[in-house]
Design a protein around this ligand. Sequence first.
Ligand code: ZN
Length: 172
Amino acid sequence: MATTQEPTTGAGDASDDDAQERRTAPARTEAQLAAIYQELILDHYRRPRNKGALDGADASVERRNPLCGDEIGLQLALDGDVVRDVRFTGRGCSISQASASMLTQALRGRTRAEAEALLARFTRLVHGDAEAARDASLGELRALQGVARFPARIRCATLAWSALEEALRATA
Ligand code: ZN
């Protein structure tokens, strides 16, 4: 902490510190949560789950986000009404790749209806819906809720989901 100390006058410091304390007390948990979420995103970015082409896919959809340079290829394999397997290829920013990685984990074994419901909930989450942010059924996907504050990044987070939407439609 000493490294942040600035050689200033000191006038008014006490009252500033008190105000600071009151402001940051509840916000600290939020900051810790943000750090955990950031770590989760980086973990999926560095060690992507279910990445690689899927042989025998029922649908394969490519998506690009030119604003950020993100590319996602999503392959979906269904067994009747159930997502048997889903994998992705691509490159881009940590948000886009982590979102795709989390998508594949969240979707395996789900029914088509569950996948569509998850897609709808996730879309609400990244657009800042408070109820979705509290929805425990979203699991690790909640780590991406922070993009709601950065509209330019929402497309990064939804790229893989947009591909999923088309893949589900193509196999309907
Ligand atoms: Zn991006």
